[in-house]
Design a protein around this ligand. Structure first.
Ligand SMILES: [Zn+2]
Length: 258
């Protein structure tokens, strides 16, 4: 559910934070040594970031569209051998993480690329790295948009954002694979990966919007944990998902319970 959202947040925060010469994200001079998903009781003493969440209620917003409301927790833990230092590190680490997530009010969330198995953070990956497969889909997406625009406008169509265009191009190719249409330059492995994603109901490119940090606990200031402190940021985010199958007649007559 939120697994790829956590991976995306990790990628974004890592990308936004300052790094040391070993390419680790740093808070002052201390590297963030661990990134965890799922809460746990025992954590290392050096700085770690844990992503967790447990509930994403959804509702119908209109016929054919449902909306998730995700709640995501980011916990930052750090220990030092001095009380003042522990407090300073946790405050600075929480401030840095908040500074990063505040900048991403809308966020692409991708699944692993079925063509090269990279975990990209922007759909532009598909155009930049797989242009030999997607160039024609991109061209037809631009052309179809222009045709649609011209039905109601006399001025020229504006250019589409690169990430949105890449998403449209990718989905056209993705649906061609589903329909059994041959896709030029797409390897058999990539095609098998796409068919598997479709069998698994995967959304290869998602978008979270209204990604809002709703709480900012920059320290758990308490006497019981003077040397090991925790900061917490809670995020709420919304996601629209299309519903293209409704039932009751989408169950094959050959299907039985046994
Ligand atoms: Zn790729």
């Amino acid at each position: 559910m939120l697994e790829k959202v956590f991976d995306t947040l990790q990628g974004i925060i890592y990308n936004d934070l300052p790094k040391n010469s070993a390419s680790k994200a740093v808070v002052y001079d201390r590297p963030i040594e661990n990134w965890f998903i799922g809460e746990r009781q025992i954590k290392p003493g050096n700085i770690s970031i844990t992503f967790s969440g447990s509930s994403s209620p959804l509702k119908d917003v209109t016929f054919g569209f449902q909306e998730f409301e995700h709640s995501i927790n980011i916990e930052i833990d750090a220990g030092a051998d001095n009380v003042d230092l522990s407090e300073r590190i946790i405050q600075e680490a929480t401030r840095l993480v908040l500074g990063s997530v505040r900048r991403h009010r809308r966020m692409w969330v991708l699944d692993v690329c079925p063509i090269c198995t990279k975990f990209a953070l922007s759909p532009q990956h598909y155009i930049l790295d797989h242009n030999n497969i997607l160039a024609s889909y991109k061209a037809s997406a631009i052309s179809d948009f222009g045709t649609l625009w011209n039905q109601t406008h006399t001025n020229a169509a504006p250019s589409l954002p690169d990430s949105g265009l890449a998403t449209e191009a990718f989905y056209r190719m993705y649906e061609d694979v589903r329909s059994g249409i041959a896709v030029t330059n797409l390897s058999d492995t990539a095609k098998r990966n796409i068919l598997k994603m479709q069998r698994d109901y995967l959304e290869p490119i998602r978008m979270l919007y209204d990604v809002i940090p709703s709480s900012n606990e920059f320290s758990d200031n308490a006497t019981g944990n003077q040397l090991y402190k925790t900061g917490k940021i809670s995020i709420t985010a919304k996601e629209l998902i299309r519903l293209s199958d409704y039932g009751p007649d989408n169950v094959p007559t050959t299907a039985f319970k046994w």
